[in-house]
Unconditional design. Structure first.
Lengths: 295, 186
C-alpha cells in the first residue's frame, strides 16, 4: 500500500533524495526531511499525493528524486537506484513523473520491475509517460494521465515526443478524446487506463471511455502550472490506497476540480494553493465520491 | 565581404534541395547549432531525427547537403558539439508550430504545442507556465514566474529540451501579442 514516485527536482546538480514525503507547515514539500523547490511538476504531484495519504491514514508517498534541469543527469541517477529502492520498500504502485524521456533507461527500468516486482502497478505522467510511450512500453502501465496536448502523442505511433505531434491531434478544432483514446489503445500507445485531463476529463479503460467528469467546471485550472501534476498525484495515491483504477482516476478529477472551485482559482494562483485546499475537499466529499472514508 | 558568404541566401531548406542532418546528444546543442548557423547566414530547420535514430527527447538540424562542410566548420568554431552528420533526411518530422490563445480577462494564456505561458496583461508579468514533462520545465517555471516578459531570458536560452523549445514558442508569441520586447538575454 505504498506509492513510490521516481522523478526529478529543479536544482542544478541536486543530490539524490529518497524518503517519505511530508508537507511542511508553510506548505513546502520535503523528501526525507529535505525541502525541494515549490513549483509546477513533481513537488505539486507529491503534495497532492501526500494529502490523500494523510486523509486516508495510509503510508505517505515515498519519493526517489534527484536534481535535473533538463540535462538528464538527475534522471540517470534515479534510474540507477530504482530497483534498490523497490527492493527495500516493496511499493504497490510506482509512478514515473518529471524525467528526461530517455527510451533506453525506461526500457531497462520496466524490464527490471517486471522481474523484481511483477505485481507492482505502474503509473506514468509527464516525461515518464513520454519515455514509456516512445519506447513502446505504454501497455505495460496501469495508468497514464495525459492532457489534451498529450493524448494525441499517445495516439500517434510515429512520434517520440509531444513536440512532434500533428496539428489535428493537438486538442483543438475537431479534438476527439474518444477516438484518440481508442487509437492509442489499438496502437499500443496507452496504459490500461487513461485519465485524459481537459475541460472535460475522460477516463478510458482498454481504449473505451468509462467515465467523463466535467463538474465543477473551472477553466482557470488549465492556466495554473502544476494542476495536471496534482491530478496525477491524487490518482496515484488513491490507486496505492487500493482504489480500483477507474475509481482512483474519477476521484482525482473530482477532487482537483472541487479544490479549484473552493480556492476560487485564477490564472495567477499556483499548484501549492490547490494542494493546501485538498484536506477540506477530501474531508467534505471523498466518502460520497469514492465510498472510502478511511482505509 | 567574405568569400562564400551565406548572408544573402533566401531559400527555405528542403524546398528543392536534398537535405542532410546534424545530430546532437542534447536538445540544447541543437538549439546552439541553430543559432550559430543562422548567424552564419545558413537557412536551417529544427526537425526530429528519423525514427531509428531517436533516443527520446531529440532535435536535429536540417540543411542542404551541399552546405555540410561549411556549416560543420561554423559549428566547430562556435564550440557546438555535433554527434554525427547523416546525408539523408528521410523520416524526419517537423516540430509542432500550432499556437493558440485563451483570454482570461486580466490574463492572456498562450499555448504552443504541449506548453503554456500565462501573462498579466497590464504589467507583462508572467504568472504561470505549465504543460510539458521534461525536467527543465519546473526549472523554467521557477526562473520565469513572477518576472516581466521583457526582463527574462528566452526560455530556449535557459532550457534544454523539446518542452523548453515549445515554451519558447509560446513566450515569443505572448511577447508579440502584448507588444513587449523579448527577453534581454536572447
Amino acid at each position: 500500500m505504498t506509492l513510490l514516485v521516481i522523478a526529478t527536482y529543479p536544482v542544478v546538480d541536486g543530490p539524490v533524495l529518497e524518503g517519505p514525503v511530508t508537507i511542511e507547515p508553510d506548505g513546502g514539500i520535503a523528501i526525507g526531511g529535505t525541502r525541494v523547490p515549490s513549483s509546477q511538476g513533481t513537488s505539486a504531484m507529491l503534495g497532492a499525493a501526500a494529502q490523500v495519504a494523510a486523509h486516508l491514514g495510509t503510508a505517505p508517498p515515498h519519493a526517489l528524486v534527484a536534481g535535473d534541469i533538463g540535462r538528464g543527469d538527475g534522471t540517470r541517477h534515479v534510474y540507477e537506484r530504482l530497483l534498490d529502492a523497490v527492493g527495500r520498500i516493496s511499493p504497490s504502485v510506482v509512478a514515473f513523473h518529471y524525467m528526461q524521456p530517455v527510451m533506453a533507461l525506461m526500457r531497462k527500468a520496466v524490464d527490471g520491475l517486471a522481474e523484481a516486482a511483477p505485481d507492482t502497478l505502474l503509473v506514468a505522467d509527464a516525461g515518464g509517460m513520454y519515455a514509456a510511450k516512445a519506447a513502446g512500453l505504454a501497455s505495460r502501465f496501469e495508468l497514464m494521465t495525459p492532457d489534451v496536448g498529450e493524448v494525441g502523442f499517445l495516439a500517434d505511433p510515429a512520434v517520440t515526443h509531444p513536440a512532434y505531434v500533428s496539428h489535428y491531434l493537438f486538442g483543438n478544432e475537431g479534438f476527439d478524446p474518444v477516438r484518440l483514446a481508442a487509437s492509442a489503445h489499438q496502437t499500443g500507445g496507452a496504459a490500461r487506463v487513461l485519465l485524459i485531463k481537459g475541460v472535460r476529463d475522460h477516463i478510458a479503460l482498454d481504449g473505451e471511455i468509462a467515465e467523463v467528469v466535467d463538474e465543477p467546471c473551472v477553466p482557470e485550472l488549465e492556466a495554473i502550472g502544476g494542476t495536471g501534476d496534482t491530478v496525477a498525484g491524487l490518482a496515484s495515491a488513491f490507486l496505492a490506497a487500493g482504489f480500483p483504477t477507474v475509481d482512483a482516476a474519477r476521484c482525482a478529477c473530482l477532487a482537483n476540480r472541487e479544490a479549484g472551485r473552493v480556492m476560487g482559482a485564477t490564472p495567477a494562483m499556483h499548484a501549492r494553493d490547490l494542494v493546501a485546499t485538498l484536506p477540506g475537499v477530501l474531508a467534505d466529499n471523498l466518502c460520497r465520491w469514492g465510498g472510502a472514508c478511511v482505509v | 565581404m567574405a568569400l562564400f558568404s551565406r548572408k544573402d541566401r533566401k531559400t527555405v531548406p528542403g524546398a528543392d534541395e536534398a537535405l542532410g542532418l546534424f545530430l546532437f546528444d542534447a536538445v540544447n546543442d541543437a538549439l546552439a547549432a541553430e543559432r550559430a548557423l543562422i548567424a552564419g547566414g545558413y537557412d536551417v530547420s529544427l526537425v526530429a531525427p528519423p525514427p531509428h535514430l531517436r533516443a527520446g527527447c531529440d532535435l536535429s538540424v536540417a540543411l542542404p547537403r551541399v552546405e555540410h562542410i561549411g556549416a560543420e566548420r561554423v559549428l566547430a568554431d562556435a564550440g557546438v558539439h555535433v554527434r554525427d552528420w547523416i546525408a539523408d533526411a528521410e523520416g524526419t518530422a517537423q516540430v509542432c508550430d500550432l499556437v493558440t490563445t485563451v483570454d482570461f480577462g486580466e490574463w492572456l494564456m498562450v499555448r504552443a504545442g504541449n506548453m503554456k505561458i500565462v501573462v498579466e496583461k497590464a504589467t507583462g508579468m508572467i504568472v504561470n507556465t505549465s504543460g510539458g514533462g521534461c525536467p527543465d520545465i519546473p526549472y523554467l517555471n521557477l526562473a520565469l514566474v513572477g518576472k516581466r516578459i521583457d526582463e527574462v531570458p528566452r526560455p530556449k536560452e535557459l532550457g534544454y529540451t523539446l518542452c523548453g523549445l515549445m515554451l519558447d514558442r509560446a513566450y515569443v508569441e505572448v511577447c508579440s501579442l502584448l507588444g513587449g520586447a523579448e527577453g534581454g538575454a536572447a
